[in-house]
Design a protein around this ligand. Structure first.
Ligand code: OTD
Ligand code: ZN
Ligand code: ZN
Length: 347
């Protein structure tokens, strides 16, 4: 037994997570709680979290849904609209109700119907956020229908992000779930204390071919969509270089089977039961395990300027079978890599 490889790291945080609500929340929270000490809870509920009152109530529902004794802290985010009140945002940030605010381009992903159409509509909000040092989280895809779905991230950087950063050079920005070499290079080249990116396990492990192996694989449909392998390789390279500008954001986004496997299927991959084990697998493949802990547990809190966790966890190199499904009443959710075996387990 003692010859088994082990890694002990500071307990990680998930800087990008969808927990949903009610019966789904109750069923899935435990998976995140097992691996992570804190998580940023994305605000794109059916009725998005757009003010302090909604955030406080949602946070309470999450805490009440906990079935484990492990400590877990939800970090809440304000969903920006052009109506977002400056006073509310400022109050929410100073009172630590919100750790940041999220920019969704209109229609860019699940429940983003009331997102932003023109970034200049919210310049007054961004000006305030820059002033009070409040982080801006961005779903970075250009939502213009004429743009090819595979180019939306690169076009967002070119058409929106460059100008945005010129206008607000000291606004802290997290480009969420980056998927392209353009995003990797943009973050690396700028190497700015005001710019970081989160990376998901599925974009590290897969490329767009995987969506079509043996037939169409609706479980692998997510937004931003999986890209070519050159982009996947750029992401894998990025985490292997030890840059502190990249950190863990699983983007675990559960949907009931019946909503995912449908004529019009929802986007989103539920990876919470295995996300950390997927990351360690990739770091090992890249011979970059020495940077694993900073990616999981240090770069995020340092960027957000909050303390690093005190708890630790140990991962062990031992086969682990990912559960096949999570029941939710009579319905169920299929996790990422359902039923497959990974080489790493949690001790
Ligand atoms: N992408 N699905 C969802 C969110 C993410 O863009 C995202 O953050 C979701 O279902 O909430 C998805 O494919
Ligand atoms: Zn997104
Ligand atoms: Zn997300």
């Amino acid at each position: 037994m003692s010859s088994l490889k082990k890694i002990k790291i500071i307990k990680p945080d998930d800087w990008h997570l969808h927990l949903r609500d009610k019966k789904i929340l109750k069923k899935i929270l435990r998976y995140t709680q097992t691996f992570y000490r804190r998580a940023i809870i994305m605000p794109n509920l059916n009725k998005p979290i757009t003010n302090c009152k909604k955030a406080i109530a949602y946070k309470r529902r999450i805490i009440n849904a906990s079935q484990l004794n492990t400590k877990f802290e939800p970090l809440m985010i304000c969903y920006l609209t052009k109506e977002t009140s400056l006073q509310e945002l400022k109050y929410g940030f100073f009172k630590k109700i919100f750790i940041g605010a999220k920019l969704y381009p209109d229609q860019s992903t699940t429940n983003s119907k009331t997102g932003i159409n023109k970034i200049s509509e919210i310049f007054h909000i961004l000006e305030l956020m820059q002033k009070i040092n409040m982080p801006l989280l961005i779903h970075g895809e250009d939502n213009n229908f004429d743009i090819d779905i595979y180019d939306r991230e690169a076009k967002f950087i070119e058409n929106t992000l460059v100008l945005l950063r010129k206008t607000f050079p000291e606004l802290k920005i997290i480009l969420e779930h980056i998927t392209t070499k353009e995003a990797v290079y943009y973050i690396e080249e700028n190497n700015s204390p005001y710019l970081a990116g989160t990376i998901t396990p599925h974009h590290l492990m897969l490329n767009r071919n995987n969506m079509f192996i043996g037939g169409i694989q609706p479980n692998l449909y997510c937004l931003p969509i999986l890209k070519r392998n050159i982009h996947q390789n750029a992401l894998r390279q990025a985490i292997s270089n030890g840059s502190t500008r990249f950190f863990l954001g699983s983007d675990s986004a559960p949907h009931l089977y019946e909503n995912k496997i449908n004529l019009i299927g929802c986007a989103g991959i539920f990876n919470a039961p295995s996300s950390l084990l997927c990351y360690v697998t990739v770091f090992e493949e890249m011979k970059a395990l020495k940077y694993f802990e900073s990616f999981c547990s240090k770069n995020g809190p340092n960027f957000y300027n909050i303390p690093i966790n005190k708890e630790s966890i140990t991962l062990i190199k031992k086969p682990y079978k990912i559960l096949e499904k999570v029941s939710v009443g009579k319905e169920f959710i299929i996790p990422f890599l359902s039923g497959e075996i990974l080489n790493w387990s949690i001790l």
